[in-house]
Unconditional design. Structure first.
Length: 372
């Protein structure tokens, strides 16, 4: 089996899994309980948040654990927008479905939503953001690293522009960039950040929302006043501990692992350049962890299954919307071509990917181009 779908999910790391099992066994009590068992779990929970905040230099943020990054995005966007009925929201045309669909919903509820265009490399122009920003803007929501192509957005420039409008807040979906790309901005400068554990060898079923302590976020679910009265429900302490372990293990290795994957990316690009009937959609300046390619005239899903027969696993795009029979929205926004968007597949790497595996993938892709 050759796995090239790490942008969809990563296998849980052994040390991370051991942490999960230990905490699940030793700290099984509800951390909201007043007895000693509950309070010992709550002490660990506070320690976990302190360690993450210190590592990411976000001591000025509240940390809220959620059931997924999708939930974290929903809380961030809806939680800010619904504090300001009909306030303007700015986002891009290529956001993850968990952000894009929320913005479309808010648009249907009466909010003005402006969508930033992207160029052929999948990057928005800060000048367009500057033109859209005004005193009615309440939220700008932008993905740091695109999950389809790996395009890296100019977050630092966006933060500087948004800062000029006190009512406006900047939300950054960091799921695909975190522990993979060294940020060209400070996490502490961003108003709201969302992260995913299972993208960094942590468990599924847990996400993280970090937001500045001076920001009001309206709850979108109702129940207890847990987690700063934003996310009711019993915290999965074991998953939070495992997420923390994954961050502590992989965040410091961001640069080293990035260099490993950069070499993998460069090697595959070199092997693909000579193939006819194949288009590379991902720009070299993007995250090396993702290469998106198209086979115009073919169907991307067909290519996925052709590779699967060889024991090679890739995807057509976001696993959250992979069953939709529509042109891939990000690729369509970049290229304007339905043929390229419908025939695209996403290849995503890990620092654990071997060069021999890469060569086998390249050979399989060559056979796809010849099998017309």
């Amino acid at each position: 089996m050759l796995y090239f779908d790490y942008a969809a999910t990563t296998p849980i790391d052994r040390e991370v899994l051991d942490t999960y099992a230990r905490v699940q066994t030793e700290f099984f009590a509800n951390i909201n309980s007043l007895h000693q068992l509950g309070q010992s779990g709550n002490y660990l929970f506070e320690k976990i948040k302190q360690e993450i905040a210190a590592l990411l230099n976000i001591d000025n943020h509240y940390l809220v654990f959620t059931g997924s990054a999708t939930e974290a995005n929903n809380i961030a966007i809806l939680g800010v927008a619904r504090k300001h009925p009909r306030g303007k929201i700015i986002t891009t045309r290529i956001e993850h479905p968990s952000a894009y669909a929320v913005c479309r919903q808010l648009e249907s509820e009466g909010h003005e939503v402006k969508y930033l265009d992207v160029d052929a490399k999948g990057v928005f122009d800060p000048a367009q953001l500057a033109a859209y920003l005004d005193n009615d803007t309440v939220l700008v929501s932008i993905m740091w690293v695109n999950n389809i192509t790996g395009a890296i957005q100019p977050i630092r420039e966006a933060a500087e522009l948004v800062r000029a409008y006190p009512k406006a807040k900047l939300h950054v979906d960091a799921a695909q960039g975190f522990c993979k790309v060294a940020p060209a901005f400070a996490f502490g400068d961003i108003d709201l950040l969302t992260f995913s554990a299972h993208k960094i060898y942590g468990p599924k079923g847990i996400g993280l929302l970090a937001f500045r302590k001076n920001i009001e976020v309206q709850k979108i679910m109702y129940g207890s006043d847990a987690q700063h009265n934003v996310r009711p429900g019993t915290v999965d302490l074991a998953a939070a501990a495992a997420f923390c372990k994954a961050i502590k293990k992989f965040y410091p290795e961001t640069g080293r692992n990035h260099e490993i994957v950069r070499k993998l990316n460069a090697r595959l690009r070199e092997k693909l350049r000579g193939l006819s009937g194949l288009v590379i959609n991902s720009a070299e300046e993007g995250s090396p962890y993702i290469i998106n390619i198209s086979f115009p005239g073919r169907n991307g899903e067909t290519v996925v299954h052709m590779l699967e027969r060889d024991g090679i696993f890739v995807s057509t795009g976001s696993a959250c919307s992979s069953k939709l029979k529509e042109p891939e929205r990000t690729i369509l926004s970049m290229t304007g071509s339905e043929a390229i968007a419908l025939s695209s597949i996403r290849i995503s790497f890990s620092h654990q990917t071997g060069f021999d595996d890469l060569d086998k993938l390249a050979e399989a892709l060559r056979r796809v181009t010849e099998n017309v």
